[in-house]
Design a protein around this ligand. Structure first.
Ligand SMILES: Nc1ncnc2c1ncn2[C@@H]1O[C@H](COP(=O)(O)OP(=O)(O)OP(=O)(O)O)[C@@H](O)[C@H]1O
Ligand SMILES: [Mg+2]
Length: 305
């Protein structure tokens, strides 16, 4: 099967529980959409999505399911998440007996819906291995009840994670064993392209009733600075110890709008001031980012150009 130019993907009827809410400001990138479509219509079962913090991994899978009306069970993973939390366990009932309760993974297998294992590589590799058979669609017998489960054909697993070798050093990430890794298709998610990120910031500001010309200028400057900082980060520029994420850019733009007039009255730059309210940075990074803002905006913290 070749990748088609356009594709219509059948979704489910609206109204099922577990469907994530639609984010109308969400921007779909064509390449990500194509990869996700191929995975989806190709009948593959498990997809691993990697990228820097807040590049847009979780939201991509969420919004995909929101549009298709397919329930998505999101499970945050951590080093102490044990596989029974994902698969299921015997729990006491009101009358003092024990009854089997499906975890999100088993629930999705029964229904043919989706599971998102968020921050997958924080999971203990041994616990991740317990999922191997289900990830591949094999039938599986619940030891506690003897019931055999054959995952429905449309069951899909998504795992998101920050790469272990990502330059944005993220502490506490495991490398899953090869057998587990082997079962996943792979997708890398990078930050949005500048024009898409700018459109996103603009939409948020306009939704907040910001004047269009002001909103356009702020979106352009914030996204440009963020991209310069991301490049500096990848090139190991001194002081730049992390990238500025889309999340941060959005907060920064919104704070800028809020502070701009107050600051201007004091002859100070709202842009320079607001970034420090939007994200914690080391002194060295704050200095480097400040210089970037001055270069892009054309004026410094004290409004001197
Ligand atoms: N394409 C996009 N359209 C709209 N908003 C986006 C997009 N990509 C990212 N965002 C924004 O960035 C935020 C972070 O995205 P998301 O939670 O998907 O990142 P992540 O890669 O899963 O991050 P983490 O590694 O921290 O879990 C979202 O809340 C959303 O506001
Ligand atoms: Mg995430």
């Amino acid at each position: 099967m070749e990748a088609p130019e356009t594709a219509e993907i059948p979704g489910l009827a609206p109204g099922l529980t577990g469907v994530p809410p639609c984010d109308n400001t969400y921007v779909f990138d064509a390449e990500r959409m194509r990869q996700l479509t191929m995975f989806w219509v190709g009948g593959f079962k498990a997809l691993l999505i990697e990228g820097d913090p807040a590049a847009g991994k979780t939201s991509l899978i969420e919004q995909w399911h929101a549009r298709l009306n397919v329930p998505l069970y999101k499970v945050p993973c951590s080093p102490t998440t044990e596989s029974f939390r994902l698969i299921g366990q015997l729990l006491p009932t009101e009358d003092g007996k024990l009854a089997w309760k499906d975890g999100p993974v088993l629930k999705a297998c029964r229904e043919g819906t989706s599971v998102l294992l968020d921050e997958y590589n924080t999971l203990d590799p041994g616990e991740a291995t317990a999922l191997n058979m289900l990830l591949e669609g094999y039938s599986w017998t619940i030891p506690e009840t003897g019931e055999t489960i054959l995952p429905a054909k449309t069951t899909r697993f998504f795992a998101t994670q920050n790469a272990v070798d990502s330059k944005a050093a993220v502490a506490g990430r495991n490398i899953q064993d090869v057998a587990n890794d082997d079962r996943f298709s792979y997708m890398e998610v990078d930050y949005l392209k500048p024009e898409l990120e700018e459109a996103l910031v603009l939409r948020h500001l306009l939704a907040g009733k910001v004047d269009k010309a002001v909103a356009e200028q702020i979106s352009r400057i914030c996204v440009k600075v963020a991209n310069n900082v991301r490049v500096a980060f990848r090139q190991d520029a001194p002081g730049v110890d992390k990238p500025l994420s889309t999340r941060v850019v959005l907060r920064w733009a919104k704070y800028t709008v809020m502070y701009q007039s107050v600051m201007k009255a004091q002859n100070r730059s709202g842009l320079h001031y607001a970034i420090r309210q939007a994200v914690r940075m080391s002194a060295a990074m704050a200095g480097a980012v400040n210089e970037q803002i001055t270069a892009v905006a054309g004026y410094d913290e004290d409004m001197n150009s």
